[in-house]
Design a protein around this ligand. Structure first.
Ligand SMILES: Nc1ncnc2c1ncn2[C@@H]1O[C@H](COP(=O)(O)OP(=O)(O)O)[C@@H](O)[C@H]1O
Ligand SMILES: [Mg+2]
Length: 217
């Protein structure tokens, strides 16, 4: 088993040194792999932008479970990730890409927050229960989804789902990840104090630089 060797497009990428027990990841090698994998997933215009390297460094340390690195960067490796940044800066792409550096770990499913609301509108409260169960999720674009309604009753679906995920996190240590364009105040406005305080306990905040350019062409 060589968790640090990844095959991509006929090339073999080594992400660091493996002593038979643990991998000592080399960040410039991780970046070289992300660059190649990003191009194969998102097209030839994909590149690692200088201003995003700090964000990628944090995410890499977190996802390879570098406990020392996490501590130095102020992250708790046992919490999830809340990745924030302006529209088009590359949040969704990054969450799709970064999981490939750790093919030996159980992957998370990326689910658009609005899809969860739409499912709720059709199926009802069972959806909140289902997403509160023990799978790995990244809820994408939190805060852009509309309020849910089921049989005439309004429901802040993602707020309820996050509360279920918090309870799951407390019981089982299963993490949830999230991407969002909203800042802390906007999240609190959208989901209320109760959800916001739980979010603080269950997520590491990783933010793209505020001046990160929109990468949509
Ligand atoms: N590093 C990158 N280099 C070039 N294009 C990128 C990069 N990251 C994302 N993109 C492209 O930019 C667009 C927006 O990315 P996306 O991940 O959807 O942003 P966000 O989720 O932050 O709104 C997509 O078309 C994506 O393929
Ligand atoms: Mg997105």
């Amino acid at each position: 088993m060589h968790p640090h060797i990844i095959l991509e497009g006929g090339m073999e990428y080594s992400l660091g040194n493996f002593d038979g027990k643990r991998v000592d990841y080399n960040f410039s090698k991780v970046l070289a792999y992300l660059d190649a994998k990003g191009r194969s997933m998102f097209g030839k215009n994909f590149e690692i932008h200088e201003e995003d390297k700090g964000t990628f460094f944090k995410l890499s340390n977190y996802f390879v479970r570098d406990l020392d690195g996490c501590r130095k960067l102020g992250m708790d490796p046992f919490k999830g990730i809340l990745l924030s940044g302006p529209v088009g800066c590359g949040k969704t792409s990054m969450m799709k890409l970064i999981r490939h550096i750790v093919p030996h770990q159980r992957p998370y499913e990326i689910i658009p927050a609005r899809n969860i609301t739409f499912a709720f509108n059709h199926i009802g409260y069972k959806i909140i229960e289902d997403y509160g169960k023990g799978r790995f999720y990244c809820f994408d674009d939190l805060g852009v989804e509309p309020l849910g309604t089921y049989f005439g009753k309004d429901c802040n679906v993602l707020g309820e789902v996050l509360i279920s995920r918090f309870e799951l996190f407390q019981k089982t240590k299963i993490c949830t990840h999230v991407t969002t364009n909203l800042n802390a105040e906007e999240l609190e406005e959208r989901y209320g104090k109760r959800v916001r305080s739980r979010m603080r306990q269950m997520f590491n905040l990783i933010a793209f630089e505020n001046n990160t350019k929109d990468k949509r062409i």
